[in-house]
Design a protein around this ligand. Structure first.
Ligand SMILES: *Cc1c(COP(=O)(O)O)cnc(C)c1O
Length: 391
């Protein structure tokens, strides 16, 4: 008999009832160190007082009104995002996949309005993940995601990750944009080298294409900059944001330059919930923390500390781990053992990590984790590695 919850997930037999900072507690009182953050969502950890305050005080006044009306919380969050990024304008969604939908529509509308309606194709890369909507799975294109789901949304060209020559060769009169995650998340924490991001920006400029960055997982302070592309010193034309921006409240956004967004006039797109007062009140509180240079400096300091210890862990356990990779607090341990065995052994040591493709386990801790949390994380990883070795 089919379970009452559609069985599309492989769930671990863990049930959490409370969270605080980087810690999660189960019903039977076990305390887990959370290096997953609900997959890079709980950027400020669990039950951060500022987020609890933002949510509860907004909840007492007004949860939702339609986008038919003025929403000052939405305006305030858009202003903050515009102030701190390349963007001139923002559309709010409830998720990353909806941000992907709009990014695709926006790019196509841009060329349509320029009188170049044949420019509809978007170049993407293997190992990428852009969400589970029809556009999202067509964009990523992996068999695992698309098989069985019928005709795909046309207009995506899939290239090998890192193949810059392939990009140049793939550009035609139909090309509209290049879409890429600056650091692949689901694909196994694969950072795009700064030089490559710069080259992609240049290719877009030379060919009049739009650069769409998917920072759903790597954005919002995760890599130690507010957005990951800042490390490369480039800016996109369109950027997808979600996960961390809501700190646990379902919130996403598409950020764009005035030029790239020029086709999206009244009536061309919408969302019932996107940008509602409750979500945006929380988003504002998240931004007030992560956009603070002192906060980001701390992320970088802690990331350096954690990474250094992880290098030691990998050196000590070559049968379990091959390498550390990633950026800031978006780290991956490429495993020599089966990654799922390492994740499960971690659970036995009250440690949460997240599997990814390419036999990687992801460490995406709350950006607020403390030095003591880092020491505890490494000690639990040591214990986990030792158990996997002898298993
Ligand atoms: C999670 C993710 C998405 C999809 O976001 P949802 O909120 O799950 O729809 C898109 N792109 C990237 C890079 C992601 O990590």
């Amino acid at each position: 008999m089919i379970p009452s919850v559609l069985p599309t997930y492989n769930r671990a037999p863990l049930e959490f009832v409370k969270g605080e900072g980087a810690w999660l507690t189960t019903a039977d009182g076990r305390r887990f160190l959370d290096l997953g953050s609900g997959i890079a969502v709980n950027a400020l950890g669990h039950a951060h007082p500022a987020l609890v305050e933002a949510l509860t005080s907004q909840a007492q006044n007004l949860w939702h009104v339609s986008n038919l009306y003025q929403i000052p919380q939405q305006q305030a969050l858009a202003d903050k995002l515009v102030e701190h990024t390349f963007a001139d304008t923002v559309f709010f969604t409830n998720s990353g996949t909806e941000a992907c939908e709009l990014a695709v529509k926006m790019a196509r509308k841009y060329f349509y309005d320029k009188g170049q309606p044949e420019q509809v194709e978007i170049i993407t890369f293997d190992g990428s993940f852009h969400g589970r909507s029809s556009a999202g799975i067509a964009a990523a294109g992996s068999e695992k995601m698309v098989k069985g789901f019928g005709p795909l949304l046309p207009g995506f060209v899939h290239l090998t990750f890192g193949d810059l020559d392939g990009v140049t060769n793939a550009i035609s009169d139909s090309t509209a944009a290049i879409m890429i995650e600056p650091v692949q998340g689901e694909g196994g924490i694969r950072p795009v080298p700064d030089a490559e991001l710069k080259a992609l920006r240049q290719i877009c400029d030379d060919n009049g294409l739009l650069l769409i960055l998917d920072e759903v997982q790597c954005g919002v302070g995760r890599t130690g900059k507010l957005f990951a592309h800042e490390w490369a010193g480039i800016t996109p034309d369109i950027m997808m944001v979600a996960k961390g921006i809501g700190g646990g409240f379902p919130l996403g956004a598409v950020l764009a330059t005035e030029d790239a967004a020029s086709g999206m006039t009244a009536g061309t797109h919408g969302s019932t919930y996107g940008g509602n007062p409750l979500g945006c009140a929380v988003g504002c509180a998240v931004m007030d923390h992560v956009a603070d240079p002192d906060f980001l400096a701390e992320v970088n300091r802690k990331a350096g500390l954690l990474r250094q210890k992880l290098e030691g862990l990998v050196a000590d356990h070559p049968e379990v781990f091959e390498e550390v990779r990633g950026s800031g607090l978006m780290l991956g341990l490429k495993c020599a053992a089966a990654n799922i065995d390492v994740v499960n052994a971690g659970y036995a040591n009250e440690l949460i990590t997240v599997p990814a493709a390419d036999n990687v386990i992801r460490l995406l801790p709350p950006l607020t984790l403390t030095d003591e949390d880092i020491a505890e994380a490494v000690s639990r990883l040591e214990k986990t590695a030792a158990q996997v070795e002898t298993a």
